[in-house]
Each structure stands twice: as structure tokens, then as C-alpha cells.
Write a protein that binds this ligand. Structure first.
Ligand code: ADP
Ligand code: ZN
Length: 730
């Protein structure tokens, strides 16, 4: 415990960690009789500011002369951070090499948390009339006598007397304060379960999961079930058990767009809404959620990455849905994989965790193979629905029409689907209208000012946007380079352009366009999902937000416009990710009585990933991939880390990158590649260079990096970022 006695009798020295980009706590004085303990939230002075920090366990390496120490201001009215969360924060910081304070920041209460939002102070008359009775005073006393139980603000508002007069009356005891907790509906009160009848297979799997969970120890269970097999219904059983015990469950979903249908399902089953947690919930909801989670009042939380750091009181079970999803990897500030850190949290708590997917990641499958994780499988779709048939459309054999992206074969299939009054979905993982705009006279390409990337035309906004930094310009009338008018041409399709083509080919069909930038409004999103579910939409055009999780009863045909999109670039997971995406998006088709089919347009029909997806040979494909990784000692057989050196000054960044590579200690089980200019060399105004480390599984990668890279010792403009287990290599 970070509490030391100082020489003076009245004061002790404690360590307080603050949510800033630093690695060690600061020391403060606290009065000897203050009851501060580990995990308590306290306000402390820092520079000119007063901020909230957490009483911490470790001492700074260099202690400060106690004369210079400042005092803790006060303990906050916030439930202290649990030991397990403190441990998680330290663990994440040690693993990712992000500063301890930056990780702590992820777990801090929302601003203004400690203000008592649901506790009211109400006022009552004491029964004693003040000796000195001015006009203001008597107004107040009369009012309070008639209307007991009003708040201070209400009394001021109705009597129109100055606040100070009332405060003095309270201080002198003529008016009494009483603290009242506003009534809150407790979760259990509404909890009203409608239990579905599980199929034989579901029952079996659910039973196995329960057996594991009942041990009430740390264990990782992979729930591997084909698309539409009812994985959600099966893990709801486990959640139900947790709720009945009075404990809490956390369900993580990789994307906000998936929560809509999930919440509906949850409501149907449990008759209540769980707490939702992600980056775009409002401030008030945030405070409310934090409070109810920390007091244990709320039993079920569904959230994105950041929900991992919530202050659960008695977390009993974690579920990571779509565990393979790359968006669990946070790419900024603290660079961490929320799935992996969820496993760490379960481990620290000694509780079970369920990973759920129809296309588990290679890492997870490998852990099943070596018996670190247990496996349960759902092989059938619910309700007798069949898995979709998957066909490959070889674009090399199709007639090419300029500015058209839907092949004739696919058009024929869509026609049949529409004649049958069924729904089709066209999938293209590109937002906007066109990914590239160039001048046909001089060849100039419209690029972002802050990044080395093309600007993407968004017709709906009539703007060109950078998808990396948000930079935007209006569509220019002439080429910015050669000044020729009307010389700009838009190259390639985004979903807006695809939608234009659909309107030309199927003028009667009702379309719905869905991508992350279009799904910002909660109400609109839920309306558009509702229209799709009711069959009021004929053709859905979507990006990856539509690729997984969704269940649309009338959807029978899925057409993938560019099946090759993920195959380019040197990403070691390119094949795996492409397979997962194509399998998931195909899995949206034929999820009820109507059979489904998927068509994938590609220029590489003979690639193993296309062959396997066509034949439905998932396990064989994954085994092959595992073999490949093994022979190259790539994850999960080896470990990777990226070092990204960036600066607004290109030479400065390059010089440091070269220097780091030169001074890197040479050891046998860690290889170093680079530095090379990053594929996106210029990003958000910074030039970037990359060094890749490849290590054996047993190598001490983190301590190697810590000994090699001396953070904070480089010129101020240069940033050195570490990405452990990188997912992108841009
Ligand atoms: P998955 O997540 O495995 O793709 P879902 O959980 O979305 O599958 O299930 C597919 C559909 O089948 C959903 O509409 C779900 O409500 C329904 N379903 C699955 N199992 C049952 C069951 N036992 N009883 C009723 N409906 C079920
Ligand atoms: Zn940019």
C-alpha cells in the first residue's frame, strides 16, 4: 500500500496516480487520520489545476523532497477502484507499453461524476422562528412551512429571496436539510424473462457452457457456431444464470451498429434494457451508467472496447461476441486488443469468459488446439435454415462496361431474387462515391493535405473527404494543379456510386444505403433496420457494418462487388481477414425458411481463399493458414511488434528511426526489420517510419523494447509509438 509515514506526526505521504501520459504516481501529503486507501479517488493539486487521481500502490522511483509535496485536497464520493481493475490497468500498461496514466484514463469516471446527481437535498422547517425576522426571512419560513421537501433552488425560485439569506437560515439551524435519494427502478424489478425453447443442439452446447461456468473459475470457452445458429440465444442462457445469482455480466460487441438488433433480442428475452456503453453515449447517460455499474445495481452491460475498464462491482462473466473482429484493436493512444485484455480481466477476476464467432481468429483456434481454451460448436442453423450456397463470379470472364461494377451474371441473379419478392444485399467495403479523383489532362490526383492518401468523393455531402483525418474540401471546378476546367474524373466505386448503378439497372427497386458514416443517428438507424426486417427494402447496399451480426428474414441474396479488396497490401492477416469477411457477409443470406445464396465477384478465383469459401471448407482453410504461419514463425507461433516513429519533420523522424535501428541490442530471439517509410507515409501531418520486431514466443519482447527505447528522451516533435501484436501495417 502506497502510504508512508513522514517525519511529521500529522501527515503521511501517499502515492496518487493521475490520468496523464506518465508512468509513475506522484506523492502527496494526506493527514494522518484521513482514511485513504488503495483505489480511492482523490482530488489533488497538479500545477495550476485541481484534478482527480487514484491512490496507488507503487512509489515513484525518485522521491521528492517532502518539503515540496502538496496536500491531497479531498477524497471523492466515488466507489473506490477495485483491486482487480487496478491490476488490469497495470497489466495493460506493462503489456502495451502505454504509460500507466494513459491506461488509467480509460478507467476514470465521467466528468462531474462525484456530483450527486440522484441525491437531492430537501429543506424542512425546524419549528423555531428566527429571532431577527426580516421580510426575506419570513417569506422563506412561510414558504417552507407550507411546502416542505423542496430543494434550495426551488425555494429561491418561488420566494425570489437571495440565496445567501436561505443559506444563513440553514447554517443557523432554522431550516433543516434532509438528503433524499430519488427513487430508481431497480433492474430486478422489471426483469421478466421469456425463455425460448432451445433446439437439441443448442441445449447440448448450452449445457456444456454451463458446466464450465459453474466451476466459477477462470476459463476461456470458444462458442464456434455457423451464422444463424442462435449463438446469442445460447449465451443468453449463461447471462440469465448470472443475473439470477445477482451478479454482473459484460457483453462486448465490436461495433455500435451491431447493438441495435442485439438490444432488441435482449429485450425480448429479458424484458429490460441493459446498460449500453460506447464512445458516443451522452454525458448524462454516462454518469448514470457508471454509477449503476459501480454499485452493482445494473446487471448487464453491453459495450464496445472501452467497457472493459468499467467499475463492475461483481462481474461474473464476460462475453466477447464476434471475437475475430479486427475492430477490437484500438489503434490510438493506448494500442490494445480489447478481446485479449478481456481475457486478462477474466483471468484476474478468476471468472469465465466466452468468445463467440462463426469465423474464429487463428489465435483463438490455436489456443483451442493446444487446449488452453475449450470449444463448443453449433453446426446447424436455427429453424431448419440452410447455409447459403456460395458461388464465385470470375470477373476475367465477364464483359467489362466502363463505370459499371455489377457483372451481368450478378444482375441476372438479382433479377430472379426481386421477381420472387425477396431481398438482395450488395456489399462493397468502400464508403462514399469514388475512392480516387484525378485530372485527365495532367494526371494530378486529389490528395489530403495532412496525409499521403487520396481524397474520397462523397456525393451526399458534395465534398471530398480524407478517411484518415477528416480533412475535407469542396469539389473543385478545375484541376488544382493545371487549372483546366471540368477535367476531373472520378475513378472507382464507393457505395454511393454503386447505388447510382442499381438505380439505373433496377429503377423500381427500393434501396437502403448503409455505412458507418450514414448510421450516425440512432433513430434513423433503427428505422432503416426496421424497414429491412419488414421486407420494405428490395436492395440493401452496405459496407462492413452490414457484414456481420444482422439477421434479416427476407434477405436471400448477397452479392460481393469486390471480393479482392482485402487481399492487397502486405498484411499477414490478409487471407484470414478476407475469408472471415466473405464468410460473414455470405452468412447474412437465407437465415430463415427461404434458402440463400451468395455471389462473390473476383479477379482471383483460384486463390485458396476463394476456393475454400466456395467449397465451404473453413476448417481446412484455417488449418492451411495456421501451417503457413507456423513455417514463417508468424503469430500465433511468434510475436510481432511495430515501432512507429513520426514527426512533422521528415528528416528528424527518419534520423531517429535509423538511429534506433542501429542501437537496437542484438539478441537471438528477436529480429528487427526496417526502418522503412510507412505505407501511409504522411498521416495527420506527420511523417512516419516503421520498424518491425519479430520475436519467438518465449522472447521477452516488452522488456527488450523498454531497454532499447527511452521514451521521453527524444526531440519533442518526434513520437515513438509501440504497437504490440499489430493488426495493421499502415
Ligand atoms: P447467430 O448469432 O448464431 O448468427 P442468432 O443468434 O442471430 O444467430 O440467431 C438467428 C435467429 O434465430 C435469430 O432471429 C434468433 O432469434 C433465432 N433463434 C435462434 N435460436 C432460437 C431458439 N431456440 N428459439 C427461437 N428463436 C431462435
Ligand atoms: Zn488526411
Amino acid at each position: 500500500m502506497g502510504i508512508n509515514k513522514s517525519r511529521s506526526n500529522q501527515q503521511k505521504i501517499i502515492s496518487v496516480m493521475v490520468p496523464y501520459k506518465i508512468d509513475e504516481p506522484f506523492q502527496y501529503f494526506a493527514s494522518q487520520n484521513s482514511s485513504l486507501s488503495l483505489g480511492d479517488f482523490v482530488s489533488v493539486p497538479l500545477g495550476q489545476k485541481i484534478i482527480i487521481g487514484v491512490v496507488w500502490d507503487k512509489h515513484p522511483k525518485k522521491t521528492v523532497d517532502s518539503i515540496k509535496l502538496k496536500k491531497v485536497i479531498e477524497k471523492q464520493n466515488i466507489p473506490p477502484m477495485s483491486k482487480s481493475l487496478l491490476l488490469l490497468i497495470e497489466w495493460v500498461s506493462n503489456y502495451t507499453l502505454a504509460p500507466l496514466g494513459s491506461v488509467l484514463k480509460l478507467a476514470m469516471p465521467p466528468l462531474n461524476f462525484s456530483k450527486n446527481h440522484d441525491i437531492k437535498k430537501t429543506l424542512f422547517f425546524s419549528g423555531h422562528i428566527p429571532k431577527r425576522l426580516t421580510e426575506g426571512r419570513s417569506k422563506i419560513i412561510n414558504f417552507i412551512e407550507k411546502e416542505p421537501g423542496c430543494t434550495l433552488e426551488e425555494v429561491i425560485k418561488f420566494t425570489n429571496v437571495s440565496k445567501n439569506i436561505l443559506k444563513v437560515l440553514i447554517k443557523q439551524g432554522y431550516v433543516k436539510e434532509k438528503i433524499i435519494k430519488e427513487n430508481e427502478l431497480l433492474f430486478e424489478e422489471n426483469f421478466n424473462e421469456t425463455i425460448p425453447e432451445l433446439t437439441k443442439e443448442q441445449l447440448l452446447v448450452s449445457g456444456k457452457i454451463m458446466n464450465e461456468i459453474n466451476k466459477n473459475n477462470f476459463s476461456v470457452i470458444l462458442l464456434d457456431g455457423v451464422t444463424g445458429s442462435g449463438k446469442t440465444e445460447v449465451y443468453f442462457e449463461a447471462i440469465s444464470k448470472v443475473i439470477k445469482k445477482g451478479n454482473q455480466a459484460l457483453i462486448m460487441l465490436p461495433e455500435i451498429s451491431l447493438t441495435e438488433q442485439w438490444l432488441q433480442k435482449f429485450y425480448q428475452r429479458f424484458g429490460v434494457e441493459p446498460i449500453l456503453w460506447h464512445s458516443s453515449i451522452g454525458k448524462k447517460d454516462r454518469v448514470n451508467a457508471w454509477k449503476k455499474i459501480s454499485t452493482g445495481q445494473v446487471k448487464v452491460v453491453v459495450g464496445a472496447r472501452s467497457s472493459l475498464f468499467l467499475p463492475f462491482k461483481n462481474l461474473d462473466l464476460i462475453i466477447v461476441d464476434e471475437e475475430h473482429d479486427p475492430s477490437y484493436k484500438q489503434q490510438e493512444n493506448v494500442i490494445y486488443n480489447a478481446r485479449d485484455m478481456a481475457i486478462v480481466r477474466a483471468n484476474i477476476l478468476n471468472k469465465p469468459i466466452i468468445l463467440v464467432s462463426a469465423t474464429p481468429s487463428l489465435e483463438t483456434l490455436y489456443n483451442v488446439k493446444i487446449k488452453k481454451y475449450s470449444l463448443v460448436k453449433l453446426k446447424e442453423r436455427y429453424g431448419g435454415a440452410k447455409l447459403p450456397s456460395i458461388s464465385i463470379i470470375d470477373l476475367n470472364n465477364e464483359k467489362k462496361t466502363p463505370k459499371k461494377w455489377i457483372s451481368n451474371s450478378l444482375i441476372e441473379e438479382i433479377k430472379k431474387c426481386l421477381i420472387n419478392k425477396e431481398q438482395a444485399m450488395l456489399f462493397l467495403n468502400r464508403r462514399g462515391y469514388a475512392p480516387l479523383t484525378l485530372c485527365k489532362k495532367c494526371g494530378y490526383r486529389l490528395e489530403c493535405n495532412n496525409c499521403s492518401s487520396w481524397l474520397v468523393m462523397h456525393q451526399s455531402l458534395n465534398k471530398l473527404l480524407c478517411h484518415h483525418c477528416g480533412y475535407s474540401i469542396n469539389y473543385p471546378e478545375k484541376c488544382p494543379k493545371c487549372d483546366t476546367e471540368n477535367s476531373l474524373v472520378l475513378i472507382g466505386p464507393g457505395i454511393e456510386r454503386l447505388s447510382e448503378e442499381v438505380s439505373q439497372v433496377f429503377p423500381e427497386a427500393k434501396q437502403e444505403l448503409l455505412s458507418s458514416d450514414l448510421l450516425v443517428n440512432h433513430k434513423e438507424t433503427s428505422n432503416s433496420f426496421e424497414r429491412i426486417k419488414k421486407g420494405e427494402v428490395d436492395i440493401i447496399i452496405g459496407t462492413q457494418v452490414m457484414s456481420k451480426g444482422h439477421h434479416f428474414p427476407y434477405l436471400t441474396l448477397v452479392g460481393v462487388i469486390d471480393g479482392d479488396i482485402g487481399l492487397v497490401g502486405g498484411d499477414i492477416r490478409a487471407n484470414e481477414k478476407t475469408f472471415q469477411l466473405l464468410y460473414q457477409v455470405s452468412g447474412r443470406a437465407g437465415r430463415e425458411k427461404l434458402g440463400g445464396s451468395a455471389f462473390i465477384q473476383t479477379y482471383y478465383p483460384n486463390y485458396p481463399v476463394m476456393e475454400s469459401i466456395k467449397k465451404g471448407l473453413r476448417d481446412q482453410f484455417l488449418d492451411n493458414e495456421l501451417d503457413n504461419r507456423k513455417s514463417n514463425l508468424m503469430p500465433p507461433f511468434g510475436k510481432l511488434a511495430s515501432v512507429i516513429i513520426s514527426s512533422s519533420d521528415e528528416n528528424e523522424a527518419m534520423a531517429l528511426a535509423q538511429k534506433l535501428s542501429k542501437i537496437a541490442p542484438k539478441i537471438e530471439d528477436i529480429q528487427l526489420f526496417g526502418p522503412v517509410a510507412a505505407p501511409i507515409k504522411f498521416l495527420r501531418g506527420r511523417y512516419r517510419f516503421r520498424i518491425l520486431l519479430k520475436a519467438s514466443r518465449s522472447a521477452k519482447l516488452q522488456s527488450y523494447i523498454k531497454n532499447w527505447i527511452l521514451f521521453n528522451r527524444y526531440p519533442k516533435r518526434v513520437k515513438v509509438q509501440i504497437d504490440i501484436d499489430p493488426y495493421t501495417f499502415l
